[in-house]
Ligand binder design. Structure first.
Ligand SMILES: [Zn+2]
Ligand SMILES: [Zn+2]
Length: 180
């Protein structure tokens, strides 16, 4: 069972499942029920609050809507507690900003890694094709390489699947016109 918790001082919120609690205990990590900003025990967030604000209900984290909804939750709910502290809330905001940057950097790195992998696969296929020296249909050595330009464009649009599909057509035979 997942439950939302929050800090009355800074508005920090998080989900704690029974599993998180057990695994934290097993690896000797500190209690997940402490606020990382204020180091005080966090309280369970009432279900009606969780239901009321979309930031707890599947909005993309750090999206504009998520930030707006989260601000609303702070203004409506957390700010009415006597413990609420504007300075600590600012601290929580900068912590969120930092995690947002880490989050987006991570996505960027993943994307680059993925593209590098695709390009490598495509290059492997090209290298294999480059070994062909005569037409497998008529045996002629009068073969022309199909330009890399269109191939690279197709790879960019269709990813590695397009490259594989196109791989059978690296050369055109000048004798019989066959593509292979
Ligand atoms: Zn806090
Ligand atoms: Zn041929």
């Amino acid at each position: 069972m997942k439950k939302w918790y929050f800090c009355k001082q800074c508005g920090y919120s998080c989900v704690i499942s029974g599993l998180t609690q057990i695994s934290n205990r097993l690896i000797g990590k500190g209690s997940p029920e402490m606020c990382p900003n204020c180091n005080i025990k966090i309280a369970e967030l009432p279900i009606e609050i969780v239901d009321k604000y979309d930031c707890f209900n599947g909005l993309n984290i750090f999206s504009t809507d998520w930030i707006e909804s989260r601000e609303q939750y702070i203004n409506d709910y957390v700010s009415q507690f006597p413990e609420f502290n504007k300075e600590l809330y600012k601290k929580e905001l900068s912590r969120l900003k930092e995690s947002a940057e880490r989050h987006f950097q991570y996505e960027e790195v993943q994307k680059e890694k993925y593209m590098a992998k695709i390009n490598k696969e495509a290059q492997k296929i090209l290298d294999k094709q480059n070994c062909i020296s005569k037409c497998p249909i008529c045996g002629s050595t009068n073969i022309n390489k199909i330009t890399l330009g269109s191939r690279a464009a197709k790879t960019a649009v269709f990813g590695v699947v397009g490259a594989v599909d196109d791989a059978g057509k690296t050369y055109k035979c000048g004798n019989c016109g066959g593509k292979f």
